[in-house]
Design a protein around this ligand. Structure first.
Ligand code: BMA
Length: 315
């Protein structure tokens, strides 16, 4: 009989988890989770933290680190736009930042929910000390956008995204789109469907971290959702798409590479959630995955890049 003989974990949770909690902030907050981190060219790390205030309205708050593990929270959150449209678009929350370094600058995408459903706001920054708002880059309802760190062979930008369609009763599938200028997107293709991943992703999928080039193509990690009687379980899946024709999925792990198991992932404001927003590949092949635990705390897990690729090919 054929079945997956998985005898070890790909990701190992950091022993210091959670690496950031509400108590690390200078003010009373409720939660910090689903944050994104990048390694700057000077070797230092910056995290853009999703913070829930006591009333669960969100803030985006920076934190800095020398090792990508111990983060020092800045004194103040980021300034966000002051205009009426921003207030309307993000009236409920702005959340789950994703950061791509391209064209010598950081592009930060933030999902916003308010009067218009879910839209994604694009910001740019030279150094992640402040953010400049650029535009909204979709009509509702679309989220979980990540921009590739390289352009396509014809000069267009690429992004993965998750338009919220109710096909198959889930939240939607992973799509790939192209753009000449980061603002206007199209030529879209659906590339990974929930139905290819029964059961752990049957209720939805979403790209979660910026794709990274590997020998086999682009390695992508995504979150997967499985609704059951009591929870919606969020795990982390992995796939490799073609390096030249990224709409072709070459390898897809049929099992999650990280799933809720630790106490801080099982219990919290939303139970059974591992929700990644960023990964950093260190020169020695260690992958640092930054993910939120139970919509309450910020966590870190590490893996060997080759072990994730093995899972994509063999699980
Ligand atoms: C998703 C997003 C994430 C959150 C997850 C679990 O829809 O809102 O920010 O972590 O649900 O609640």
């Amino acid at each position: 009989m054929e079945y997956a003989k998985i005898d070890k974990d790909v990701f190992v949770r950091h022993p210091g988890n959670p690496i950031l909690t509400a108590f690390d902030f200078p003010l009373r907050i409720r939660a910090v989770y689903n944050s994104s981190a990048v390694k700057l060219q000077n070797g230092k790390y910056v995290m853009l933290c999703r913070v829930n205030q006591l009333n669960h309205m969100t803030l985006l708050w920076g934190a800095d680190s020398n090792d990508g593990i111990h983060f020092k929270v800045r004194p103040e959150p980021f300034e966000m736009p002051k205009d009426e449209l921003w207030k309307a678009v993000s009236r409920s929350v702005y959340y789950d930042p994703r950061i791509t370094f391209i064209d010598g600058q950081y592009i930060v995408l933030i999902a916003c929910e308010g009067d218009q459903g879910c839209r994604v706001a694009m910001f740019r920054s030279k150094d992640l000390n402040s953010l400049e708002f650029v535009n909204y880059i979709n009509v509702p309802d679309n989220r979980n956008m990540v921009i590739f760190p390289e352009k396509f062979s014809d000069g267009r930008y690429l992004r993965l995204e998750r338009p919220s369609t109710s096909a198959h009763g889930g939240k939607g599938n992973i799509w790939l789109s192209f753009s000449p200028d980061l603002i206007h997107w199209g030529d879209s293709r659906e590339i990974i469907k929930t139905t290819e991943l029964w059961n752990f992703a049957i209720s939805g999928l979403g790209p979660s971290t910026v794709p990274v080039r590997v020998k086999e193509g682009w390695l992508i990690l995504f979150h997967s959702i499985m609704q059951n009687c009591t929870t919606r379980e969020y795990s982390v899946g992995a796939a490799i798409i073609d390096g030249e024709k990224p709409w072709i999925v070459k390898h897809l792990a049929k099992h999650p590479v990280l799933y809720p198991q630790a106490e801080y992932e099982m219990r919290g404001l939303v139970e059974h959630v591992c929700f990644p927003c960023a990964k950093i590949i260190e020169p020695d092949g260690t992958v640092k995955l930054y993910y939120g635990g139970a919509d309450t705390v910020q966590c870190l897990a590490t893996a060997r890049l080759e072990d994730i690729i093995f899972a994509c090919k063999n699980w």
